[in-house]
Design a protein around this ligand. Structure first.
Ligand SMILES: CC(C)(COP(=O)(O)OP(=O)(O)OC[C@H]1O[C@@H](n2cnc3c(N)ncnc32)[C@H](O)[C@@H]1OP(=O)(O)O)[C@@H](O)C(=O)NCCC(=O)NCCS
Length: 199
């Protein structure tokens, strides 16, 4: 019998159920243990992670995107824009906290998460996306470069891991506009999958 690949979905939740929160925490813990947990080096207490995700949902300038494999949440990305008083940078956004649980990798979740951030950013009038990553996160470096992010700088003292400094890479991208692309038929705000894959 041919085994079908589990469906993936990219979503922009406004709230997380208890199960979704637990899935996201578990996914983050496994990514941290694997060595790539968006800044965490050791899994923090579960309550700290829960407070982190719940906090993100409360901040008006942050938008959370999550990736789902079958029914389980398995990764996230956060788009942050500058506060309104920063008029000069209102066209700039930052993508951070991208991770995918090790068991869910290699299915296009991270690519979908970045694209969802970009699509949402464009709708918000954002023109430039900035992001940064440890040079040692080879998969993430490849991901961003494959999505046309330009590396503009390096910081030799970006982070300290196991007592040693780790280089950081800084990326930027000017978002393209697709004036002819019509996405009005894609009505569901909660399920961005169709939009992400059509873009
Ligand atoms: C980076 C990461 C998010 C990729 O997640 P993923 O869902 O497996 O990635 P995708 O399946 O969407 O892959 C998209 C592209 O990323 C790159 N990529 C993903 N995994 C890779 C790997 N192991 N080696 C090299 N490139 C890789 C490739 O360019 C890939 O495109 P391709 O499949 O056409 O070659 C995941 O490996 C991860 O969580 N790493 C640890 C956390 C981290 O580094 N976060 C970023 C910094 S905060």
């Amino acid at each position: 019998m041919v085994k079908r690949a589990a469906p993936i979905n990219i979503e922009q939740p406004h709230a997380l159920s208890g199960i979704e929160l637990a899935d996201l925490c578990e996914a983050a813990e496994s990514a941290i243990i694997d060595g790539g947990g968006f800044g965490w080096l050791k899994p923090p207490p579960r309550k700290t992670l829960e407070a982190f995700w719940n906090g993100v949902l409360l901040v008006p300038d942050k938008t959370l995107f999550v990736g789902r494999v079958d029914a389980r949440l398995a990764g996230s990305a956060i788009l942050t824009r500058f506060p309104r008083n920063n008029e000069a940078q209102r066209h700039t956004g930052n993508i951070s906290n991208i991770f995918v649980a090790p068991w869910a990798r290699g299915r296009g979740l991270a690519r979908g998460l970045v694209r969802a951030c970009e699509l949402f950013a464009r709708k918000q009038g954002i023109t430039f996306i900035n992001l940064d990553v440890r040079a040692t996160q080879a998969a993430a470096v490849r991901l961003y470069e494959s999505l046309d992010y330009t590396r503009w700088g390096e910081n030799q003292n970006y982070a300290i891991v196991e007592g040693k400094p780790v280089v950081g890479f800084y990326y930027t991208k000017r978002l393209k506009t697709h004036p002819k692309r019509n996405t009005s038929h894609l009505r569901s705000q909660n399920n961005l999958n169709d939009i992400v894959s059509s873009y």
